[in-house]
Design a protein around this ligand. Structure first.
Ligand code: ACM
Length: 258
């Protein structure tokens, strides 16, 4: 069975949540996809200066933003993965929701980047996978990619597709994610933003990568648009890179312990 996998690359206006959400929906409406991946903090913007500022646009996992994403998913018979600042009690998390089938599952970013550590608590959900239209999907957020354990854990849990909302400021993720896909034999969809926000520049280059590490699509540094690739997710179940070399069966976890 095929899956239409989409990424959205946007240029959010800082703190203009409703307008940013609408412009992403407008980009998505030009295509059909089964699973959409939107950037980290896609509707709020990223470069908060104070915790109060982040808190002002943070929402609960049952708040209006997640409800609107669930409604979009229901209306368009799809699933949506999207990053947002989440508030839970006194804590803020850098979270992503997987909205589909009337449900919302939350992943909280495990490896916070730079100044995020001042406002957000380290994620406590761990890495999970969930079936979307029969396909096993896992989520990690931006800087998580730099820790090979993130993608490996998702792949060991059966992820065929890694949804990767991002706000990339360093140059390495687009090429690095090709290796994450190759070494785990999974599809990955990295959705990034473009533009400069309070002096911080983002690199764009959202992409979809196959289990062979090859690009199925990559957007430009400044492009604002959505792109969709049709994939065969079952191919991610085959971990062989050679008839006699299965990357998962050949692991030696006993020797990896410290
Ligand atoms: C990042 O994790 N947003 C660089």
């Amino acid at each position: 069975m095929e899956l239409r996998l989409g990424v959205v690359q946007n240029r959010p206006r800082f703190l203009k949540t409703a307008a940013n959400l609408k412009s992403c929906f407008d980009l998505m409406d030009k295509h059909r996809a089964d699973l959409w991946v939107l950037p980290e903090f896609f509707a709020s913007g990223y470069n908060f200066k104070t915790k109060a500022e982040a808190r002002k646009c943070a929402e609960t996992s049952g708040g209006p933003l997640v409800s609107l994403l669930k409604a979009y998913a229901a209306k368009n018979d799809c699933a949506v993965v999207a990053g947002f600042p989440e508030k839970s009690g006194s804590k803020l998390y850098n979270s992503a929701v997987l909205a589909h089938d009337g449900r919302a599952r939350i992943y909280r970013k495990t490896h916070l980047f730079g100044g995020e550590k001042r406002f957000f608590a380290p994620g406590d959900t761990g890495f999970w996978t969930e079936k979307v239209k029969g396909v096993s999907v896992g989520v990690m957020i931006c800087f998580d990619w730099f820790f090979p354990e993130s993608a490996r854990t998702l792949a060991l849990k059966g992820a065929e597709v890694i949804a990767h909302p991002a706000n990339l400021v360093l140059p390495w993720a687009p090429e690095g994610m090709k290796i994450r896909s190759l070494e785990n034999r999974v599809f990955s969809a990295t959705a990034d933003r473009v533009g400069v926000e309070r002096g911080l520049g983002f690199i764009g280059q959202s992409q979809i990568v196959s289990p062979n590490g090859s690009l199925l699509t990559r957007l430009g540094h400044e492009e604002v648009r959505a792109a969709v690739a049709t994939i065969e997710p079952w191919t991610a179940k085959d971990k062989r890179v050679h008839p006699a070399c299965d990357l998962f069966a050949d692991r030696r976890p006993r020797l990896y312990a410290r």
